[in-house]
Ligand binder design. Sequence first.
Ligand code: ADP
Ligand code: CDP
Length: 223
Amino acid sequence: NPITIAIDGPSGSGKSSVSKAVARQLGLAYLDTGAMYRALTWWCLERGLDTTDVEAVAAQADTFPLVIGTEPDAATVHVGGTDIGAAIRQTRVSEQVSHIATNLQVRATMRDLQRQIIADARHAGAGIVVEGRDITTVIAPDAEHRFLLSASEEARLARRARELFDTDDDSALAATHDQIVRRDAADSTVSAFFEPAPGVVGIDTSDLTFDQSVAAVLDAVEA
Ligand code: ADP
Ligand code: CDP
């Protein structure tokens, strides 16, 4: 029987890297829902739209030509044939994405798209690992397995600083702090991803290695 594994958590908790590894090990598809919000942000910026213009952004969400890959080793993001996998990680996108993600009309459109991708993956294969901020609560509350990853703010900032700047020295930590803490605060106005909802398994990765985090999810799934 196909399964859905839903994984939520704040930035730097390990969602993307852990979800991909779990999907690879279990032969499941993989969906990065954050990449979908980032893709719409990139698209709006390309068109010179004001990302706080709720109606204009919602209209783009309904029509923008997004194609998202669901292989854990080829989680590609294309819009209208352009590969934007790298562009959506740019600071200018990270800084604006919460405006897009707090737009409730956008969330409704994304919810429908995400549920369709989940249904397709369950129909076509063994199932899917889906990661984001509202997967355990809104998108797939009836998933067979649901996890909320957490980590101390200190650990999350150090991880993101190393990813973005190859170091976790003080200036890298300060630059990361501005980006991450502000974004998590904005995002948490529409999704609860700091505490596990009832029935969701919480995993604190602060003092785990990456491999231990992956094993914690796999052990719970296989239990
Ligand atoms: P998120 O998707 O939640 O923002 P990512 O998976 O993109 O998180 O980034 C987490 C980073 O931290 C990755 O580079 C990962 O290798 C690293 N990392 C270090 N320790 C751990 C751990 N215990 N669990 C998960 N990731 C870890
Ligand atoms: O950089 P990080 O991995 O933390 O973020 P991401 O998972 O790529 O998500 C980028 C942004 O998309 C978040 O800051 C949220 O604004 C939004 N998002 C959301 O609102 N709901 C989701 N299910 C996933 C992401």
